[in-house]
Design a protein around this ligand. Sequence first.
Ligand SMILES: [Ca+2]
Ligand SMILES: [Ca+2]
Length: 98
Amino acid sequence: MKKIISVILAVMLFAVLTVPTFAGADYRGDIDYDNSISMADSLLCFRYVAGKQSFDDTSLYDPKAADVNKDGSIGLDDAMLIFKYVAGKITEFPVKEV
Ligand SMILES: [Ca+2]
Ligand SMILES: [Ca+2]
């Protein structure tokens, strides 16, 4: 009985910890779907802005996540924001008023 309770608790804890990710609370910045915002995402965004990267294959990349300031397009400002986030200069992405 004790074991069942601990299993249920573990499952509930897992659900609580993972729901925000599945709900897409803030998916922004994680372009490559690895559940973390890293230098790889920043580089992807810089490469996209430079025309060296495509996000057409949405099974590999999430173009919506690249538009971190939510102004409707992926630009150098988005790449800079991801870079600043990874560098620890900002802790969240500002939403641009449009
Ligand atoms: Ca990522
Ligand atoms: Ca943008």
